[in-house]
Ligand binder design. Sequence first.
Ligand code: PLP
Length: 410
Amino acid sequence: MTRDDALALDAADPLARFRGTFDVREGLAYLDGNSLGPPPRTALAALDRAARQEWGHGLIRSWNDAHWIEAPLRVGDKIGRLIGAQPGEVAVADSTTVNLFKLAAGAMSLRPGRRTILTENGNFPTDGYAVQGLAAMLDGRARVRSVPAHALTGAIDDDTAVVVLTHVHYKSSIRWDLPAVTAAAHAKGALTLWDLSHTAGALSCDLTAAEADLAAGCGYKYLNGGPGAPAWLYVARRHQDAIASPLTGWMGHAEPFAFEPGYRPSRDIRGLITGTPPVLGLAALEASVDLQLKADPVLVEAKGLALSQMFIDALEARGADPALRLASPREPSRRGLHVAFAHPAGYAVIQALAARGVIGDFRAPDIARFGFSPLYQSYAGVWDAAQAMGDVLADRAWDLPEFHERAAVT
Ligand SMILES: *Cc1c(COP(=O)(O)O)cnc(C)c1O
């Protein structure tokens, strides 16, 4: 594989037309869209319109006139199309963490008498924290059981209320077989709660075909909704009548503007919403999701895997540093769209790369992580980034004091 091969792939790339639609500085190799996606130009315009016209001029009238009040379900339905959900099964609300908490509690309400929330060791910490807090609140009526990934399906039993997993692991990028784990849970009468933070906008996914129960994910990674973008949640239609949210707020009420003193849940996806939607965040997210919907998810996944494989192959071909180890599956179909490498100086390597215009990120203790977002990355850009990494390792360019100083956010 040469740089010319990469250029040829770019020339034949059906997704190449999306590159100019993002406001990313020319020459920057942004390999961190798995942490914070860059802004589509249409999202910046939507933010400006929502702020100046709808907020500034429309003021309170915009709840109706600019359809703010419908945005959580309208944008939810659009995200639903990216993950194979049906209309009315997805809402935008809160953060991923809050949604995981609400849905895990909801799962307990759907499986009374079962006590176990089952997850894997090493799941994204916030997912674990959310269910630990829930178990503490339920005081003996729930317990969190965390097992190694290889033991997970075997650990599902008659006491399991819900299996809580991240479809694509945030560090290793290992991808669970979502339909198979869902079926294994159902065979034992348990539910599944999938964290799709690294899936929506990255992988083709069909929650309907998998008969998935519950899911949540964030809006600021591959969905490019902007920093702190609102998150989303999915509840399969068949559970919406019975699921109970632990955070009962007025926007989840059957009639929010009746101002009744007692809570009466909305018996649809609305029942999982709590308070007033974050309108400005929704405006940016909606524009970004509209752009994403123009790309075929099968092509998006295929290009993301091809880019990541090219990065691995090009870097390993350099043989620049024996201390570098691939920490993701070698087989592309077992990965999401990011790749992890372990290196003892992982943090400094990421800093040295950033100084050369290649942005990845670091996850403790030793993981250098690179995300491959198919809408704005080119094959040649990724090939160049792999060479830059090869140079940094071969020259030990990371071994300068300034590259070892830890910032607050890694
Ligand atoms: C990014 C991420 C989150 C983020 O949760 P927030 O509540 O948005 O901070 C949760 N879970 C996983 C697996 C993630 O990758």
